[in-house]
Design a protein around this ligand. Structure first.
Ligand code: FES
Length: 84
């Protein structure tokens, strides 16, 4: 199991789950395909617990620590998001 958390809430998911689950914590999605950038979120802890950036994320040129929730998976542990 793994945990995705905002400042006020936590969500337990299976290890390897898509970070699209973070929609339950308030992340908003659009294209689901690394095009619109709507799901870009600052990761404030556990960045190493996310899968490697996809080519689509890399092409978007996100700031360090910022990931597209539609593109990454939580591989283990806890990931904290800058939400709330
Ligand atoms: S939903 Fe469009 S980039 Fe993630």
């Amino acid at each position: 199991m793994a945990v995705i958390k905002s400042r006020s809430r936590r969500l337990t998911v299976i290890s390897g789950a898509s970070m699209e689950a973070a929609g339950e914590l308030g992340v908003r999605f659009g294209c689901l395909n690394a095009v619109c950038g709507r799901c870009a979120t600052n990761v404030i802890s556990g960045l190493a617990n996310l899968s490697a950036p996809t080519p689509g994320e890399t092409a978007m040129g996100l700031a360090p620590g910022r990931r597209l929730m539609c593109q990454c998976r939580i591989t283990k542990g806890t990931v904290g998001l800058d939400l709330d």
